[in-house]
Design a protein around this ligand. Structure first.
Ligand SMILES: Cc1cc2nc3c(=O)[nH]c(=O)nc-3n(C[C@H](O)[C@H](O)[C@H](O)COP(=O)(O)OP(=O)(O)OC[C@H]3O[C@@H](n4cnc5c(N)ncnc54)[C@H](O)[C@@H]3O)c2cc1C
Ligand code: SF4
Ligand code: SF4
Length: 418
């Protein structure tokens, strides 16, 4: 039986929280975000504030995700809509600036578009994520206003981040800002702007990157242990990708004797380890490709990457605003658009079709077993369940969900900070 999610605390305690932080922005007197090492960034109830929630729960992507785009728009790519949401254009390209392209996670498209918005579109800055200045294995929400700021914060960080917890920084500016985040971060912000006109007016561009899930802090600490770093305070730098495509996971630290060390791992090795520590909500995520953003970016992995190949980005314009900015950024020389081809999207991320289908069986099992299920609207799953999963994949999906509901204690309310 489906259990209703009644408030933000319950979203976190029933493991539906994505960690976006939008609740802390909308009701700062009630919530602040903190790191729950085994889960991710989670809202903490401030003081004795009452549990009932209003705006925060309305926007919360952990509780519900609802598409509101105009389905009848003839310019939307019809063939992509059922599995990939609203799409106007699909491109392969990269940042034109060499340094941004090199440092970027894929081809630096997210950073290049954000820089264009600041330098040529009169936007005030960019709300996004960077490594914590104090504890390099943790992330913090940052507001960048210059190329140097942006360049120092390029690259994917496979660790919890809640970039939507500082929407006050966006509201405080005279001019609109850019927001960059995971699909769930952007979805939370977009759901909030639907009823917050002040926020709507201050968001000039939203950029999401493709996301298969965010590993917990515990997972990151376990990976550091593997290379002999038991105290994360010793870290001087931790990068997951970039400086090459996809680039190497690179940790730099100083030991107790003051000696410097560096350890590296391939992307496949580090992600192969970290992905076991993804929060539960990522297993039932309906939006891995940034369906709520103006522009979504990912890896164009429709072909093997050659050694030493410079980074490339898959770039999806999802709104008319996204198309307009992308074209203008290309014209102004900030982004290089090479190939326009809708088939690049399913070819690059083919596994997402079965992932979408699996969601049908997963949510069915969760309902039957009494686990809480988010309300998703506008994400067809049954056709993908029928078309993209073999009988054995269907059975495996059902049985592994039964196991996970039990192992992860999904029928109970847990304390994420315990
Ligand atoms: C948790 C995670 C899962 C991912 N899963 C996939 C995947 O399944 N498929 C795929 O193609 N690509 C995945 N990526 C990589 C991502 O798609 C690429 O980073 C994307 O192509 C952007 O590349 P870029 O060069 O344009 O970005 P860049 O120009 O390097 O900019 C990256 C931006 O992301 C922001 N950022 C970094 N880490 C985080 C974080 N944890 N939370 C919020 N914002 C952050 C930075 O602040 C920066 O603004 C994942 C990245 C992360 C962090
Ligand atoms: S998903 Fe976002 S809005 Fe919902 S509880 Fe978690 S941090 Fe708050
Ligand atoms: S997989 Fe989905 S829920 Fe998990 S971090 Fe990525 S976008 Fe958010």
């Amino acid at each position: 039986m489906k259990l209703p999610v009644l408030n933000i605390n319950e979203v976190a305690e029933r493991q539906l929280c994505t960690g976006c932080g939008v609740c802390a922005s909308l009701e700062p007197e009630r919530f602040r975000m903190d790191d729950a090492p085994s889960y991710g960034r989670r809202p903490v109830l401030a003081g004795e504030a009452p549990e009932e929630t209003g705006d925060a729960l309305r926007a919360c992507p952990g509780a519900s995700l609802t598409h509101t785009f105009d389905e009848s728009d003839p310019d939307l790519l019809e063939e992509l809509r059922p599995a990939w949401g609203p799409v106007y254009e699909v491109w392969e390209g990269h940042a034109s600036d060499h340094d941004i392209r090199l440092a970027g996670s894929s081809g630096g498209a997210a950073t290049a578009l954000a820089l264009f918005a600041i330098e040529r579109q009169g936007m005030a800055g960019v709300l996004h994520t960077g490594a914590s200045g104090v504890r390099r294995h943790l992330n913090e929400t940052v507001y960048s206003t210059t190329r140097a700021d942006l360049l120092s914060r390029t690259g994917s960080r496979y660790a919890p981040a809640s970039p939507a917890d500082r929407l006050d920084l966006v509201l405080a500016q005279d001019q609109p800002s850019v927001f960059i985040g995971k699909p769930c971060d952007v979805a939370g912000v977009q759901q909030a702007r639907r009823f917050r006109d002040d926020l709507d007016a201050k968001l000039g561009l939203t950029i999401a990157f493709f996301c298969a899930g965010v590993p917990s802090t515990r997972g990151n600490l376990a990976l550091l242990e593997k290379i002999g770093v038991s105290d994360p305070a010793a870290l001087r730098s931790l990068r997951y990708r970039g400086n090459g495509w996809p680039g190497l996971w690179t940790a730099e630290w100083t030991d107790a004797e003051g000696e410097s060390h560096t350890a590296q791992m391939t992307y496949a090795e580090s992600w192969g380890f970290l992905q076991q520590y993804r929060q539960w909500r990522c297993y039932i995520c309906p939006d891995h490709s940034g369906e709520f953003a103006d522009i979504a970016v990912g890896d164009p992995w429709y072909r093997p990457v050659e050694p030493g190949e410079p980074g490339k980005s898959l770039i999806i314009a999802r709104t008319r605003r996204g198309v307009e900015i992308l074209r203008a950024a290309a014209e102004a020389g900030y982004i290089t658009l090479e190939t326009r081809d809708p088939s690049l999207l399913p070819r690059s991320q083919a596994n997402l079709l079965s992932t979408r289908g699996r969601l049908f069986g997963q949510t069915l099992v969760m309902r039957v077993m009494g686990a809480a299920v988010p309300k998703f609207s506008g994400f067809p799953t049954f056709p993908h369940w029928l078309r993209h999963l073999s009988l054995s994949m269907k059975l495996r999906s059902l049985t592994s969900t039964v196991t996970r509901v039990r192992r992860r204690n999904l029928r109970k309310r847990i304390d994420p900070f315990a």
